[in-house]
Design a protein. Structure first.
Length: 599
C-alpha cells in the first residue's frame, strides 16, 4: 500500500502544544482515546488513510472516486487542521497541506470549477456542498498556520476567502434560502458556517474586510432550529461567537447565548448531554460532529463569559454522549438511540468523512481547558490526567479512583519558581465537598490552596461522588428517595451516566427484559456495590473491548429482578462513556430502579 506521505512508526504521543503558550500532554484515559484515533490514522485499513484518500475531495480524480468528494475540502481540511493542532509523529502533514493547496482553482475555490455562484437561480444542492467543504478547508488551513506559520498557506487561504466573499453575492438571496431550506446537510448552514473561517482569515491577514463579510452572513442564519442539521447550526454559532471575540460587539455574544439557552431548554437537548444529527425529532441517530461542536461551543462560552454552567454542560457531554460516540477503531460517527438507550443498526457507524476528524479536533479544546491560568493562579477546571507547563511552572494532574464512593485528584508541582505555585481546583457539581490534608478556602466555585505548592510538592483531594436518578420528565431523586415501586430513569454516579452493556450481562437481556428491576442501595459508597474487579462467580467475556478507557471505579455490581422469573441476579453497570467500545451490542441507560427488597 502506498502511504507516501505517512511514515509507519511506533506511535509517539507528542506534547500537545500547537500554539505559543502553555503545553498540555494527556495521560490516562484521555491519552488512550486520542491514541485510538492516531492508531486509526497510522495503521487503519478500512478505509486506509492514504494521501490519495485524504486529498480526493480537492483532487477530484475521476479514476479515484470517494464518498462525499463533492464536499470539496471537507475531509482534507479537517484532517489538516486537527493534525496540526494535535500533531502525530509519522504523519508528514507539511507535505499533505502543500499538496492540497496545489489543487486550488484560479478563482480561489477548491472543487468543481463549473459551479456558477454568480446567479441566485443557479445555486442549489451541489453549490452548498462545495461551500461547506471549502469552509471546512479554510478553517483547516488556518489552524495549520496557527501551528506552523506558513506564507504559502495563508496566501491560499486568502484566495479562498476572496472566492467565498464573491460567492456571498449569489448566496445572500431569499430565493436561494427558500430553495435549500429543506436540504438538511446541504442547506443554508453550508453558507452560514463560513463565518468561522472568515473570522480566522481576518486574524491571519489583518484584513478586516473578512469580518465585514462574516457579519453580513449572520442575517441569513435561520435561528429557528426546526429540523435543521445540528452540526452546521452549532458550527455557525461557534463562528458568531468567534466574531464577538474579534470585534467585541456584545450583540453577537447575546445572540449566541440566547440561542444556546433556547436549545438547552428544548427537547432537542439529549439528557446524555448531546444532540441528534437533526433537530426537531427528525431521525434517531446522533452525530459525532454535532456533539464535538456542542462540547466546543460550551467550552468557548465558558472561556468568554466565565459562567460555570457552560463548563458544567461541556463536562456532562464529554463524560457521557461525546465519549460514548467514539468507536473502538478511534472513529467518531453515528449511533442510533431508542427509548432505552443505544442500539446497533445496520448501516450506522464510523463517519470517517467528518466525525472522526471533528472529534479529534474537539480534544484540542478539551486539552486547552483542563488547566488554565488566571489572576496569578493555576486553575484545574476539568478532571483528566495531564501534564501541564507554561515554561516557568509545571503541574501534573492525576484523577484516580478513591475508596468506594469517592474519587481522588492528585496534583504535583514539578517545576515552580521560588515563590511557589498558587493552585485553585474547581468544585464540580457532581461531587460533595472535597477533603484534603492541606488547608484550602473557597473562591468563586474553586478551592484555593492556602499555601502555594513548592517544587516537587504533592497534594491529594478526596471527592465523595454524588448519586441520583433522573427521571424521563427531568425530576431528580436521591437514592434514599427510591421506594419499592420502580421508577424509570438514568442513574448518575458522579459525572457518569451508568448503563447495562449487551456485551456482558447476557442473562439480563433474556426476554422479557424491559421491565427488569434493578435494586439500588441508599448509598453507593458500599464496597458491596462498587467493584474494582469482576465479581466472583459471574461469567463475563474478558476482556471488555476497551480496557484502556475503562473507569473501573465507576463500575457497579447491583442486584436485579428479571421480569421473566423469580430470584435476584447480579448485573454490572458501567459508564455510558464506554458504550461505543462494544459497538455491535446494545447499551441501555433507561432502567427501572427501586430500593432493595427487604431481606
Amino acid at each position: 500500500m502506498n502511504r507516501i506521505l505517512f511514515t509507519l512508526s511506533t506511535l509517539t504521543l507528542l506534547t500537545v502544544s500547537a500554539v505559543a503558550g502553555p503545553a498540555t500532554t494527556p495521560d490516562g484515559e484521555l491519552a488512550a482515546r486520542i491514541d485510538l484515533i492516531r492508531q486509526r490514522i497510522l495503521v487503519g485499513q478500512v478505509p486506509a488513510l492514504t494521501p490519495d484518500f485524504i486529498l480526493a475531495d480537492v483532487a477530484l480524480r475521476p479514476e479515484y472516486p470517494r464518498r462525499f468528494d463533492e464536499f470539496s475540502g471537507d475531509v482534507s481540511g479537517r484532517f489538516i487542521g486537527a493534525l496540526a493542532l494535535l500533531p502525530l509523529e509519522g504523519v508528514r502533514l507539511d507535505d499533505i497541506a502543500h499538496a492540497a493547496i496545489k489543487y486550488q482553482k484560479p478563482d480561489g475555490r477548491f472543487g468543481d470549477a463549473a459551479l456558477d455562484f454568480t446567479a441566485p437561480d443557479k445555486i442549489g444542492f451541489d453549490h452548498m456542498a462545495l461551500l461547506w467543504g471549502n469552509g471546512r478547508f479554510l478553517a483547516g488551513l488556518l489552524e495549520y498556520n496557527i501551528a506552523k506559520p506558513d506564507p504559502a498557506v495563508v496566501e491560499s487561504a486568502r484566495k479562498l476567502g476572496d472566492f467565498l466573499r464573491a460567492a456571498y453575492n449569489g448566496c445572500a438571496n431569499e430565493q436561494v434560502a427558500q430553495r435549500v431550506k429543506d436540504l438538511g446537510a446541504n442547506g443554508m448552514i453550508c453558507f452560514t458556517q463560513l463565518i468561522e473561517g472568515l473570522v480566522m482569515l481576518a486574524d491571519a491577514t489583518g484584513d478586516k474586510a473578512y469580518l465585514d463579510t462574516a457579519e453580513s452572513i449572520i442575517p441569513w442564519f435561520d435561528q429557528d432550529r426546526g429540523k435543521q442539521h445540528s452540526h452546521g447550526y452549532f458550527s455557525t454559532l461557534r463562528g458568531i461567537l468567534m466574531l464577538h471575540e474579534a470585534t467585541g460587539k456584545p450583540e453577537h455574544l447575546a445572540l449566541v447565548e440566547n440561542l444556546y439557552k433556547s436549545f438547552v431548554e428544548s427537547g432537542d437537548l439529549q439528557p446524555y448531554g448531546g444532540v441528534n444529527e437533526y433537530f426537531g425529532g427528525k431521525g434517531d441517530r446522533d452525530e459525532g460532529c454535532s456533539e464535538a461542536d456542542f462540547l466546543r461551543l460550551s467550552l468557548q462560552l465558558w472561556r468568554v463569559t466565565g459562567r460555570a454552567d457552560y463548563l458544567d454542560r461541556a463536562e456532562h457531554i464529554y463524560f457521557n454522549q461525546f465519549s460514548a460516540n467514539q468507536f473502538p477503531s478511534g472513529d467518531f460517527g453515528h449511533h442510533a438511540y431508542t427509548g432505552f438507550g443505544i442500539t446497533p443498526v445496520p448501516g450506522e457507524g464510523r463517519a470517517w468523512w467528518c466525525c472522526t476528524w471533528h472529534g479529534l479536533r474537539a480534544y484540542r479544546d478539551v486539552l486547552d481547558s483542563i488547566v488554565t491560568e488566571k489572576d496569578g493562579a493555576v486553575r484545574v477546571n476539568l478532571f483528566q490526567d495531564v501534564n501541564w507547563s507554561n515554561g516557568e511552572r509545571a503541574l501534573s494532574v492525576r484523577w484516580i479512583d478513591g475508596p468506594a464512593g469517592t474519587t481522588k485528584l492528585i496534583l504535583q508541582a514539578d517545576k515552580v519558581p521560588a515563590d511557589g505555585l498558587r493552585v485553585a481546583i474547581r468544585k464540580p457539581a457532581w461531587a460533595a465537598a472535597p477533603t484534603s490534608a492541606v488547608a484550602t478556602h473557597e473562591e468563586n466555585g474553586y478551592l484555593v490552596l492556602d499555601k502555594p505548592l513548592a517544587d516537587g510538592e504533592r497534594v491529594e483531594l478526596d471527592l465523595p461522588l454524588l448519586s441520583r436518578i433522573v427521571e424521563r420528565g427531568g425530576a431528580i431523586r436521591t437514592l434514599d428517595q427510591l421506594t419499592a415501586e420502580p421508577v424509570a430513569g438514568l442513574l448518575f454516579y458522579g459525572p457518569w451516566i451508568l448503563g447495562v452493556s449487551g456485551f456482558e450481562n447476557t442473562g439480563f437481556w433474556g426476554e422479557p427484559w424491559s421491565n427488569n428491576r434493578v435494586y439500588v442501595p441508599a448509598t453507593l459508597a458500599d464496597d458491596a456495590s462498587r467493584v474494582d474487579q469482576d465479581a466472583p462467580g459471574v461469567d463475563l467475556p474478558i476482556p471488555y473491548p476497551a480496557p484502556a478507557i475503562e473507569r473501573r471505579g465507576a463500575h457497579l455490581w447491583l442486584r436485579y429482578l428479571h421480569d421473566g422469573f423469580p430470584g435476584a441476579c447480579d448485573v454490572l453497570l458501567r459508564p455510558m462513556a464506554e458504550a461505543g467500545m462494544s459497538e455491535t451490542k446494545p447499551f441501555i441507560m433507561w432502567i427501572n430502579y427501586c430500593k432493595p427488597a427487604e431481606r
